[in-house]
Ligand binder design. Structure first.
Ligand SMILES: Cc1cc2nc3c(=O)[nH]c(=O)nc-3n(C[C@H](O)[C@H](O)[C@H](O)COP(=O)(O)OP(=O)(O)OC[C@H]3O[C@@H](n4cnc5c(N)ncnc54)[C@H](O)[C@@H]3O)c2cc1C
Ligand code: FES
Length: 255
C-alpha cells in the first residue's frame, strides 16, 4: 500500500564527493518494501525543484522504522537533499513501482553501475532468503566510483570492472571475464544502471537465452502515470515506467 509520510533524517553519509547515503525514520511502522521499489522524495517547494525526485529504496530497517537511499548528485535536487541534517524532515511517497521477480535456489548474476547499484542490497537480502547464489558484477569509471561493495559482499560474490583499470578488471562490465567465459552457470540476470549498459547486458542475456530483468531510471515528473514523461517503448506499446515498472523483463522492451 502506497504511503505519503514525513520522515526524520537520522543520517547523511558522504561516500565520496558525489554520492551519499541518506537515512531517515518514520514515526510509524513501515510497510513491506520489495527490491526494486522506489520512492518519490519532496526536495522543497521552490519552482526549480518543485517536482519530487525518484530514488530506489536502498535499505529498510523495520525495527528502527528506517529507510535509506543511495544518491548520486546530478543536479539541484540531489544537491539540496545532500545538505540535509539529522533532525530535518522530508516528505516521501513510497513504496512505488513493481519489484524484481525472485528466483529460488538458483545462480544469478546482478550487473550494475553508478547509482544503479541502489536496489541491489534489498535484492541481495531477499535472494539470500530464497537460497539463491549471487554474483554481483559492478562497474565504474575508476576505483572511487565503486561503492557499497562491502555491504553487497554479505550477500554474494563481488566482481568489479573499472574503465581505467584502477580496481578489478579493466574495461566495461560487459567485457568482464565472467561474461566472456560464458554464462552457462547463471539462471537469471538482474541489471540496473545507465541505459547503454543495460541495453548491452540485455543483448548478452538474449544471445545466451538467459532470463533478464532491468530496472529503468527514466526521467520522471509526476510519478503516478499522469504526465507520460517516463514512457518506455515495449512490445505492447508505450508504458509508464513509474506505474508499470521500473522493473521490466528485457524481452518486453523494444530495445
Ligand atoms: C525509478 C528511479 C529510481 C532511481 N533511483 C536512483 C537512486 O537510487 N539513486 C540515484 O542517485 N538516482 C536515482 N534515480 C535518478 C534520480 O531520480 C535523478 O538523478 C534525480 O531525479 C536528479 O534530480 P536533480 O534535481 O538532482 O537533477 P535535475 O536538475 O532534475 O537534472 C539534472 C540533469 O540530469 C538529468 N536527469 C534527471 N533525472 C535523470 C534520470 N533519472 N536519468 C538520467 N538523467 C536524469 C536531467 O535531464 C538534467 O539534464 C532514479 C530514477 C528513477 C526513475
Ligand atoms: S512520471 Fe508522470 S507518467 Fe510517469
Amino acid at each position: 500500500m502506497k504511503r505519503i509520510e514525513d520522515f526524520e533524517v537520522t543520517g547523511l553519509t558522504w561516500l565520496n564527493n558525489e554520492n551519499y547515503l541518506l537515512e531517515c525514520c518514520a514515526a510509524t511502522k513501515l510497510p513491506e518494501v520489495l527490491p526494486g521499489n522506489f520512492a518519490e522524495i519532496r526536495v522543497d517547494h521552490t519552482p526549480e525543484v518543485f517536482l519530487r525526485r525518484p530514488f530506489s529504496i536502498y535499505d529498510v530497517n523495520h525495527e528502527r522504522n528506517s529507510i535509506s537511499f543511495y544518491i548520486k548528485v546530478i543536479g539541484k535536487g540531489t544537491r539540496i537533499l545532500g545538505n540535509l541534517k539529522p533532525g530535518d524532515n522530508i516528505n516521501i511517497i513510497y513504496p512505488l513501482g513493481n519489484s524484481f521477480k525472485l528466483v529460488n535456489g538458483k545462480n544469478v548474476l546482478v550487473i550494475g553501475g553508478g547509482s544503479g547499484v541502489a536496489p541491489f542490497l534489498l535484492l541481495g537480502k531477499k535472494l539470500r532468503q530464497e537460497n539463491t547464489n549471487i554474483t554481483f558484477l559492478i562497474g565504474g569509471r575508476a576505483e572511487k566510483d565503486i561503492l557499497l561493495t562491502d555491504a553487497l559482499a554479505e550477500y554474494g560474490d563481488i566482481q568489479i570492472t573499472t574503465e581505467d583499470g584502477s580496481l578489478g578488471e579493466k574495461g566495461m562490465v560487459t567485457g568482464h571475464s565472467i561474461i566472456k567465459n560464458g554464462l552457462g552457470a547463471f539462471d537469471k540476470i538482474y541489471t540496473c544502471g545507465p541505459d547503454p549498459m543495460m541495453k548491452a547486458v540485455a543483448n548478452i542475456a538474449k544471445k545466451n537465452s538467459i532470463d533478464c530483468e532491468a530496472s529503468l531510471e527514466n526521467i520522471m515528473a509526476c510519478g503516478f502515470g499522469a504526465c507520460l514523461c517516463c514512457v518506455v517503448e515495449t512490445t505492447t506499446g508505450n508504458l509508464c515506467v513509474c506505474t508499470e515498472g521500473p522493473v521490466f523483463n528485457i524481452l518486453d522492451l523494444a530495445w
